[in-house]
Design a protein around this ligand. Sequence first.
Ligand SMILES: *[C@@H]1O[C@H](CO)[C@@H](O)[C@H](O)[C@H]1NC(C)=O
Ligand SMILES: *[C@@H]1O[C@H](CO)[C@@H](O)[C@H](O)[C@H]1NC(C)=O
Ligand SMILES: *[C@@H]1O[C@H](CO)[C@@H](O)[C@H](O)[C@H]1NC(C)=O
Length: 415
Amino acid sequence: MLSLLVPLLLVNTARAYDWHFADSPTQCQNVTVNISGDGGKPPYRILVIPYGSTTVTHEVRVIKDIPFDGNANSLSFKMDWPKSSQFVAVVSDASGFGTGGTSIAGIVQDSDDNSCYDDSQNVKPDFYYSIDPTNSLVQCQTTRIYWDKSTVQGTPQYQGVIPGGDSFAIPAGTVTDESGLGTGFDWTVNVRTGSTFLLVGGDDRGNGTAGSTLYTISGGTQNDDSCINSDSPSSTAGSPAGGAYATSTSGGGSGSGSSDDNSGGTNVGAIVGGVVGGVVGALALGLLVLFFHRRKRGNKHAGEKPVDLLVGDEGDEGPGRSELPQYYEPEPFIVPDPTVASDSGRGSFEGGRPPSQVLSDGSAPMTSASRKGPRRELRPVNIIQHDDAGPSEAPHHEEEPETVELPPAYTSVRK
Ligand SMILES: *[C@@H]1O[C@H](CO)[C@@H](O)[C@H](O)[C@H]1NC(C)=O
Ligand SMILES: *[C@@H]1O[C@H](CO)[C@@H](O)[C@H](O)[C@H]1NC(C)=O
Ligand SMILES: *[C@@H]1O[C@H](CO)[C@@H](O)[C@H](O)[C@H]1NC(C)=O
């Protein structure tokens, strides 16, 4: 994501019109947005989305969806977000959402005026939405976006926003009611793996009124790219829009603030940068927990031995701890056994034990003899699986649903 902070100098654009900030958005100051080029169809509007965490105690930033006046080519609104807030802006015209392009992540500059926001409580979205599978968007995977219909007004609309790339209205498929999955529709995530992606929700109260959620599009276990073509939304679609503006706290934009009315904050949707940051953090932790969890499972089921892999990934602790208990348990039983051979056998086994061995830990003599045969055979198989599958192992497809359930496991870990 850091790369998003780097201003990109690009040249050509296929957009019919362009837009730019007349100056870098600054805390509690008016900011002007100008349209250039004759290809756009008024009225224009701009969607400004908080990006990343906030530097103040509470989340005070609400998504701004501000229409330009009539056929105006210029709009001024008050940037009422605290300094250092990151934002991504999308300009649209009458022909569709995102037609003017999407900015990269800019940063609100500091000023002496901090009177424009109330840092005493968090803002909240007008309604909440969810996705299934939860927590991640996977390229070409069908994802259900759903909500509680008693909390919305009209039909919710969602937009996909790729900082510095394409933004688009997510096609609202057939809306259905499903037990446990609320009211919603299916969307095939036709966005490339690795793209930074903001899912923005809203309803008749305005675009963005349900807030936004930040994702990095995942390749999943299949890395299915069957839905991707040259028209697919991209993070490298020509030049980022928005002109020159600060992308760091040290400034970088020119300042010529202008004036007009306050934030058209009428359409604001609440979104918490903290939420976004939290989601990202939770996702990272969740993946970590999942990784260990699957590892353990793998050991139990197939005696896979990722010892080497573990060392490489985690260093000493993670894997070692999870496996050691199993080894130690057998040892007490083995202690009575006098055979040196069995000990050496163990050493070789450390890489990975077949499940049968684990189950038969109680009878050391029996297992020692049987281990030798199966051990050698199993090892190669296990190693191959790890290399191929890495974090996502084909043989464990069936276990993926369990992966979805991992977040709860994570919570318990924290406790
Ligand atoms: C933006 O538009 C306003 C109103 O038309 C104009 O006064 C201002 O000079 C423009 N600023 C830039 C940087 O183009
Ligand atoms: C949401 O944005 C689209 C495209 O910019 C616009 O046509 C639509 O009117 C907006 N919806 C609301 C409720 O303002
Ligand atoms: C922003 O615009 C409004 C409306 O024109 C004006 O009253 C206000 O003084 C401006 N604020 C700044 C900081 O320029």
